[in-house]
Design a binder for this molecule. Sequence first.
Ligand code: SF4
Ligand code: SF4
Length: 191
Amino acid sequence: MPKSILIDTTVCTGCRGCQVACKQWHNLPAEKTKNMGSYQNPQDLSFNTYKLVRMNEQIINGRLEWLFFADQCRHYLDAPCLETAFDKNAIYRDDATGAVQYTKQTKKLDADEITGSCPYNIPRQAPDGTLAKCDMCNDRIHNGLQPACVAACPTGAMQFGDRDEILELAGKRLAKARKKFPKARLLNPEE
Ligand code: SF4
Ligand code: SF4
């Protein structure tokens, strides 16, 4: 049974705990950033940032609203990058978890072709030519742990589990969210 991650944006506070936990678990360095006039930091995903809380400040009905989204790889069941690569030594799916994995062999792929195939602009190229992205913390999952981002989330916005359980939970969360936000909808990358 493939695993899935649910991100419930209605209870995300933009704390960035998930972003930091991902860096910590993967031993990734901080980005050099500067203030660009908003709370967005860093500005985008990179080969050193697999998980990024996107922060949008918008005026809605005359009120300033902060809209947060904890962005990362969607681990598609039919992953376009995997289908484009045609090289299982470079990009493969772990059938036990459903996690799409990138290896050092991605260096041999056409980086523009792979990044261009991703509808969410997730994979990023490192200076050594390899491609990098969220690996769903596949090593943690195989050791009975949740992905680091999910384990760090203090509000329950991020949830992890078997795909059918997560889809059921998503349906319940959506029904609850629609009482307050009638236009709320489920963005399932498989639909
Ligand atoms: Fe990062 Fe792991 Fe979460 Fe992916 S699943 S965003 S690799 S912490
Ligand atoms: Fe949102 Fe949870 Fe990430 Fe904090 S840890 S930014 S609440 S998803």
